[in-house]
Design a protein around this ligand. Sequence first.
Ligand SMILES: [Zn+2]
Length: 437
Amino acid sequence: MNADLVIKNGMVMTLDNKFTLYDQADVAITGNKIVDVVPQTRYRAKKTLNAAGKLVMPGLINAHTHSAMVMMRGLADDMPLDRWWNKFIFPIEKKLLNPEFVAIGAALAAVEMIKSGTTCFSDMYFFQQAAAEVCKKIGIRALLAEGIIDVATPDAGSVAEASRITDELYQRWQGDDLIRIAVGPHAPYSCGAECLRQSQALADKHDLPLHIHIAETAGEVAQFQQQHGQTPVEYLDKLGFLSGRVMAVHCVHLTPGDIEILRRADVKIVHCQESNMKLASGYAPVMEMQAAGLTVALGTDGAASNNNLDMFDEMDSVAKFHKLIRKDPTIMEARQVVKMATGNAARVIGREQELGSLEAGKLADLILIDLAAPNLTPLYNPYSHLVYSAGGSEVDTVIINGKLIMENRKILTADEQAIMARANRLAHKIKAEVSHG
Ligand SMILES: [Zn+2]
């Protein structure tokens, strides 16, 4: 049989529902889809990749980030959230953010994510048309949401304008094979009831995910209790905002009643462990949410609060932190954590039929990990290595939508050096702005 591309002789981790793992198998790809995963070679292909000594697995999905914020990486650490935001992030966004800034940041983020095995990410930021063009050019899959807030944003004077930008993004990218659009009301504390209703109506109209931060800090919950006598989740529930299309990011400070509301509404959860730790926001009741039947994916959040976009780091932190907090080493088993970064994430972004596992008929988003590394030797359990020992730098080859994007750690679709040089030039302007401010 013929295929466009066959990846031969690798150890293949399918992450299907049975966690099928082949010591040696071939993955055949035609067009942008996987056509077969078979233990014995029977395909003739236009191109063959030898994956002997490598692990072949689905690409990782970063379910929440603010990609262009890589430009603020390491600029302001080790300080309270309000100072971090008001003294550094907000003034820079206000003065310097424009389409060029976002294009430079999104390109740097895309390259960083590809080099650490992320093939698809869900993003909320501004000037998202610039990010979309960059992602399309580099070839990474993205679900992009224009941030919608009650007050003026760097690119929209009002909620109506931000909604119009979202609508235009949707029209522009409708039917694209890599870029999809979500609606991004920032959070219930930064979006009033009318803003939330408009966002929801737009998402319903075009059948899009609704990407929102919920209950990130104790302060946010206290403010809602004071103003509304309700938790943020209760408030959103009363508004009729919650549904299966809602991607709720953080969900750190929840009551058991909140978890029940989220479950009933089939809300999808994104857990950003490293960001929550670094900003000392608290820890999300992930075990409780999972026990209630909620789907939980992982996200890095923006690089200004992480400080990288490496999903291997994120998996490692999640697995260890929850064990520590619960004083129970049996929870957050490695295999389940890998699933959170793949299949669960695919479900959270509304694409479980197409992404998240290596199965015939699914989109060909996959990564190869070089197992010939001291920290991956010996190999008893590949799930364990992915979570507890591997890092993004062991990702050797990346295929997205059937296309070879990185081979032997060389990005084929972008000039990595030029992207870093542009980012460094922009960083000079950011530094000057911070020292004036
Ligand atoms: Zn965020």
